[in-house]
Design a protein around this ligand. Structure first.
Ligand code: IPE
Ligand code: IPE
Ligand code: MG
Ligand code: MG
Length: 421
């Protein structure tokens, strides 16, 4: 789809009311990290921390930030939430009942944010601009959030915790630059994708730059961390290639697809859980549990993303709906539809399946396919698949000691399934 089509323009103007699609530098001038889509805008990050950090002493590693003057409402939100003792962590909207836990996690996420901006600076201003393009656009920071929660099982202030979360988010970010080239996506995090703004070469090279910076930080975390990241990265790329290649003859398409998801998404989210726990010095058994939890949660996360590609609006997801359909990538809802065709042979299902197999670069056909899939039982089945994997993730937590961080990880399973973007 072209960058200035109706859909992407709508997406952009809805999510970023102060900027327009065509104003070259508007993102940077009107959207600081504190702006509409930043992780700080809707949550009680600074105020809660400043109130509760005293209970645990000053945070030895993570910087503490004052409430941002542009967002006095955060203080109001914090007061009302104190009464119920339920606070909201991060952009992901995770609620936790323990204020000290929230303060730790929020301070960690703040430090990660600084680390991301630092790691994306180059001597060449254009590289900084391109590399910070998506950092400043926002994003859920789901992987750093998981790393911070995992670090609660050891010393959350240990020096490797924040850098390891930065490494994971930088790696994720780099894959987004590359993924949007592969998927020919125009919009990402509510702003034009790097490829639509600067072309494929810049997008690919900026992704490479981000990988380089991630490696640089990783080097200081030791050879084991480097090995873990290398193995995950290999799995991630293998997953992407398997998705492109499709199942080999005789392989069940759903089984193939689950392999793809474990590779392209589960692998890195597993590293987030693993690094958080490992860098905090948690017991080896805890590290293993959180690695497995991350892997399964990551698969659920990607299944949810597949459903959202069909079901969500662009202002919620920050992406163009139906990108997978347009690219002809058979994600779980489409695979479940095909299974139904095999099983029931209903004319209506066959017609939709044929429509999905046709050239969906045609806007009218694409819109029709999307509308029909949105109300199809196959989409509900994909939702049930998502719930099942999230429940699996939750079950892996059983051996962990009961604590607020565990409760938050349990809740994260629901949050992944029920997220809107
Ligand atoms: C998008 O990841 C790619 C997937 C693995 C589904 P996120 O949904 O975490 O994207 P951001 O970081 O919030 O933009
Ligand atoms: C992306 O998968 C996975 C990675 C970036 C490794 P998708 O193509 O489904 O992600 P979105 O929907 O573009 O974010
Ligand atoms: Mg994509
Ligand atoms: Mg997707």
């Amino acid at each position: 789809m072209s960058a200035d089509s109706d859909t992407s323009t709508n997406t952009y103007s809805t999510r970023h009311t102060h900027s327009t699609h065509h104003s070259t530098h508007s993102i940077y001038s009107t959207h600081s990290i504190y702006s509409t889509h930043s992780i700080y805008s809707t949550h009680s990050i600074y105020s809660t921390h400043s109130i509760y950090s005293a209970q645990r002493g000053q945070h030895p590693v993570h910087p503490v930030h004052p409430a941002h003057p542009e967002h006095p409402e955060t203080a109001v939100e914090s007061v009302s939430r104190q009464e119920t003792l339920v606070t909201v962590v991060g952009p992901f909207g995770l609620s936790v009942r323990d204020q000290a836990l929230e303060a730790d996690v929020q301070a960690g996420l703040t430090a990660v944010e600084e680390g991301l901006l630092e790691a994306t600076k180059s001597e060449v201003p254009f590289i900084t601009e391109a590399a910070q393009h998506l950092v400043r656009a926002g994003g859920k920071r789901f992987r750093p959030l998981l790393a911070m929660l995992a670090a609660q099982f050891g010393d959350p202030y240990a020096p490797g915790v924040v850098p390891s979360a930065v490494v994971v988010e930088l790696t994720h970010l780099a894959t987004l630059y590359h993924d949007d080239v592969m998927d020919e996506a125009d919009v990402r995090r509510g702003v034009p994708s790097a490829n639509s703004r600067w072309g494929n070469s810049v997008a690919v090279l900026t992704g490479d730059f981000l990988f380089a910076r991630a490696s640089h930080i990783l080097a200081d975390l030791g050879p084991e961390a480097v090995r873990i990241q290398a193995e995950a990265f290999e799995r991630l790329v293998t997953g992407q290639i398997l998705e492109t290649a499709g199942p080999r003859d005789g392989r069940d398409p759903v089984d193939h697809y689950m392999d793809v998801l474990g590779g392209k998404t589960g692998s890195l989210i597993a590293v987030a859980g693993r690094f958080g726990a490992m860098m905090s010095g948690a017991d080896e058994t805890v590290v293993d549990v959180l690695t497995q939890y991350g892997e399964r949660l990551g698969v659920a996360f990607q299944l949810a993303d597949d459903v959202l590609d069909i079901a969500s609006d662009s202002h919620e997801s920050g992406k163009t709906p139906g990108t997978d359909l347009r690219e002809g990538i058979p994600t779980m809802p489409v695979l479940r539809l095909r299974e139904r065709v095999e099983r029931l042979g209903l004319a209506e299902d066959i017609a939709l399946s044929e429509l999905l197999a046709s050239d969906l670069t045609d806007d009218a056909r694409h819109a029709e396919a999307l509308a029909r899939l949105r109300v199809h039982p196959a989409l509900d089945q994909a939702r049930r698949d998502t719930v099942r994997y999230a429940q699996d993730a939750r079950a892996t937590l059983a051996p962990l000691p009961e604590c607020d961080a565990k409760a938050a990880l349990v809740e994260l399973c629901d949050a992944v399934v029920h997220r809107a973007g």
